[in-house]
Design a protein around this ligand. Structure first.
Ligand code: ACM
Length: 274
């Protein structure tokens, strides 16, 4: 069995040191195997320009990655956390995957949402699956708005993911309709760590942008049923035990297999748009 934990809290905008301290305090000496934190959990979400993204962004050898890498080794857990990444002159909305022992991989969000497109480059890492070094468990990562593109979760499942971790900053509640389907249609567990709280930024001409994030962090089983779910507003950590081996047989009756029944020769996923 594998223990999976999702962390829900309210990162402050432009308050990296406080956010790192909050994360450290929340995680304490938790004993678990996989920890998922929200998207942009060290910086807050409300970037408005490329300059801001590059100013706040850090290389994959920076303080944030170092912090989570040390924590992953201390806690003997795999940690997945969203952060603003800078690579040369480009900024990405990324999720780090820190393994106990010091190895770190970085997924760059494929499908940017709303004004993220003004600030970040669309991710170019592609999808990949990471083996947990201490457990028989394969972990895929997607970030928030990737949920709207079923190809993301499907790609990860076809690559062998048993569980998909999804650092998120979700502002609507629509995802609650589709995320369980991502788990069910791929027969994978799905762990969504969302943030809560409201972020305000003052814009030009006396206007302001206010975004409220809806919490509701959740872990779905491979039939799309919630195993645990947080409320809208409270900070905290939820942990469940999962059996990754149960996701590997994709049959759901003696005649049907989710993957073997696929008909890729008939699908038109690379179709030119009309
Ligand atoms: C989102 O992708 N942060 C909604």
């Amino acid at each position: 069995m594998v223990e999976v934990s999702i962390v829900q809290f309210t990162p402050g905008w432009n308050a990296k040191q406080q956010n790192l301290q909050r994360i450290k305090a929340l995680l304490g000496y938790i004993k678990t195997d996989i920890i998922v934190l929200p998207e942009f959990c060290t910086t807050g979400y409300s970037f408005l320009t490329k300059e801001e993204a590059l100013n706040e962004g850090e290389p994959s050898s920076g303080e944030t990655v170092e912090f989570f890498s040390t924590l992953a080794t201390e806690l003997q857990a795999m940690i997945i956390a969203g952060f603003a990444e800078k690579d040369g002159g480009m900024a990405y909305n990324s999720a780090l995957i820190a393994l106990p022992g010091g190895q770190v991989k970085v997924y760059r969000k494929t499908h940017l949402f709303y004004k993220e497109k003004l600030c970040f480059e669309a991710g170019n890492s592609g999808f990949f699956v990471v083996d947990h070094p201490l457990k028989d468990c394969r972990v895929g990562v997607m970030v928030c708005n990737d949920w709207r593109y079923p190809e993301a979760a499907r790609s990860l499942a076809l690559m062998g993911a048993d569980i998909i971790a999804c650092p998120s900053n979700l502002v609507s509640t629509l995802w609650g309709v589709a995320m369980p389907a991502r788990a069910l249609e791929n027969k994978v567990y799905l762990a969504i760590a969302n943030r809560c709280g409201t972020e305000k930024r003052f814009l030009e001409y006396g206007t302001e942008q206010s975004l409220t994030f809806n919490g509701g962090s959740v872990i779905y089983d491979f039939n799309g049923s919630p195993l645990t779910q947080a409320g809208k507003e409270e900070d905290g950590i939820l942990t469940v035990s999962i059996d990754p081996l149960l996701t590997r047989d994709k049959s759901f009756n003696p005649y049907n297999d989710l993957f073997k029944d696929r008909r890729p020769d008939l699908y038109k996923l690379n179709q030119e748009l009309k």
